[in-house]
Write a protein that binds this ligand. Structure first.
Ligand SMILES: [Fe+2]
Length: 550
């Protein structure tokens, strides 16, 4: 079957294409429109479809809209209820259901040739669950836990996938929502709601959870579900005006909510495990991007293994909805092939982009050695390779790289990106060396979805990637899957003794990750990056400076 998945309604509109049970392509609309997160998650924007991403998925596979057997839309308006009955304070919420009901005809007009009768609705949390449970490497039997802000009527799904069949244990009904709780704290702390939740997680490391005892009665697990009562944030810490200075009390509040979230997740996971007896757990939903909580789950939930869908936010529901229909149609579902599911360019196309821009560029014989030399000399490298990542993490395809051994490289990278200085940067490490340096979290960890403790002996050696609490959000690099990245790390280790690089996403503050090579050139032209690597080609800042001299 040829199934196109579509996520449009809340956050991160995206499209994904599954052909005969194999994930062929997936991308977020923001990478095309250059609007971060595609659109704001308000009812008025819910009609907007990921048109460019959907067209690209088809084009990539050489398909026309008429070739599709099904289009899977990751929200089912038939399951929705009026907002006031759900305790949701949004008088325009009904627009979401209106737009969702009309999505088949909207899609047919956006993708000429598509038969709108081929569009089917998949329940939002079932789509999230499939993005984890059907994609996970635990095909035979895995529990699944989905937690986000909201779907049609709920904010959660707890269940089990056994040989592709989903059994739902419980679905928590709104208004109780761990995702919305975290979003409302994000807003109280002066950050952008439904966007900046990861900043709250980073801020939490600076605080003490001194409000924990007061939060426990308000936010608590209840079997496979939970309760979230309204939290009077002003009673804990004053609201922050966006851009205003954060005080220690705000970090303490963030730490308190983060710790309570972790406790509730562990209770939930233990309840699910007790019910099913499964050995593995798969996670999806925006809350599953909380890599600190994921590590606590890994440590304390009792499961042998935990797999997190890299596009755990709503973008991943495009993939999960498509997988759901493919599975129902009888296709055997292939293992998740990796997060590099977006656009890629041939060497000839990259060369043409550089020639059009009249940028002096070289094609070194040993790219890994050349780039490792720049990094060893403390250069900052914009690294553009292969297909772009699906999901919010840069995993060495659209990355900014730097030397981890210089503490001030954290400040330097945050300045390059124009973002807050409390934000950490993450390490990538050769998979074979990870266990020597990083502890506590699961290894390998190819998708940067868990935090690890940095071995005390290494904290001084790689200070730029060690967060204030002694942790790091690690990406392990497998030489079979990522031979060029592994070679780069190997050459860097030969030069410095460190099998680790600073890796952060290739973008500047407030913008989506670079996707197209032209955007890489734009970033290179506007940020103090020493070397741009576009596929096999290198562009040196020093060469440009030399050209400008008389
Ligand atoms: Fe969601």
């Amino acid at each position: 079957m040829r199934v196109l998945g579509i996520n449009a309604l809340f956050h991160d509109p995206a499209a994904a294409l599954v052909v005969d049970g194999r994930v062929v392509a997936a991308s977020e609309e923001e990478r095309f429109s250059r609007r971060k997160h595609g659109h704001r998650p308000v009812p008025f924007a819910a009609w907007e479809l990921p048109e460019a991403a959907a067209r690209w998925c088809l084009e990539h596979a050489g398909l026309e809209p008429a070739d599709l057997d099904a289009v899977a839309y990751s929200y089912d308006p038939a399951l929705a209820e009026p907002a006031d009955r759900l305790g949701v304070d949004d008088p325009w919420d009904h627009l979401r259901q209106e737009y969702a009901r009309r999505a088949p005809s909207f899609l047919a007009s956006a993708l000429p040739g598509l038969d709108e009768r081929r569009v089917r609705f998949v329940a939002h949390h079932v789509a999230h669950a499939a993005s984890a449970g059907l994609a996970a490497p635990y095909w035979g039997d895995t529990d699944v836990l989905v937690l986000d802000g909201r779907g049609e009527c709920g904010s959660h799904l707890a269940g089990n996938y056994s040989r592709g069949h989903l059994t739902v244990h419980h679905s928590q009904r709104l208004p109780d929502s761990l995702g919305l709780l975290y979003e409302s704290l994000t807003e109280h702390l002066g950050f952008l709601r439904s966007s900046d939740e990861y900043k709250v997680m980073a801020l939490a490391s600076y605080g003490e959870p001194r409000f924990l005892a007061r939060l426990r009665p308000l936010v608590r697990a209840h079997g496979c579900g939970f309760v979230t009562e309204p939290v009077p944030w002003d009673d804990y810490a004053p609201a922050v005006t966006p851009g205003a200075k954060l005080l220690p009390i705000h970090a303490d509040l963030a730490a308190s909510v983060q710790t309570r979230l972790e406790e509730v997740l562990v209770d939930l996971a233990r309840s699910i495990r007790a019910r099913s007896g499964a050995r593995h757990l798969s996670l999806a939903g925006g809350v599953a991007l909380n890599c600190v909580a994921n590590t606590v789950l890994h440590e304390r939930s009792g499961y042998d293994g935990i797999w997190v869908q890299p596009a755990a936010g709503d973008a991943g529901t495009a993939l999960g909805a498509a997988l759901t229909l493919a599975q129902e149609g009888g296709d055997p579902i292939d293992a998740f092939p990796g997060a590099d599911l977006g656009r890629g360019w041939t060497d000839a196309e990259l060369d043409e982009v550089l020639c059009t821009a009249r940028l002096p560029h070289q094609r070194p014989d040993d790219l890994a050695a050349t780039v490792a030399g720049c990094l060893a000399d403390n250069g900052v490298v914009a690294w553009f390779q292969g297909r772009s990542e699906f999901g919010p993490r840069a995993l060495g395809h659209r990355s900014l790289l730097a030397h981890p051994g210089h503490a001030d490289n954290l400040t330097r990278i945050n300045d390059v990106k124009g973002r807050e200085q409390f934000r950490p940067v993450a390490p990538m490490v050769r998979a074979s060396r990870a266990a020597d340096i990083f502890h506590r979290g699961p290894l390998p960890s190819p998708y940067m979805l868990f935090v690890h403790d940095v071995d005390p002996a290494w904290r001084e050696r790689i200070p730029a990637v060690v967060h204030v609490d002694g942790t790091a959000r690690v990406q392990t690099v497998d030489p079979d899957r990522e031979p060029l990245l592994d070679a780069l790390l190997a050459r860097f280790e030969e030069r410095t003794g460190l099998p680790v690089l600073v890796n952060t996403s290739l973008n500047t503050a407030g913008r989506p990750m670079v996707d197209h090579p032209r955007e890489a050139l734009e970033l290179f032209g506007s940020a103090p990056v020493d070397l741009l690597v576009l596929g096999p080609f290198t562009v040196w800042r020093r060469d440009l400076a030399a050209e400008e001299r008389p």
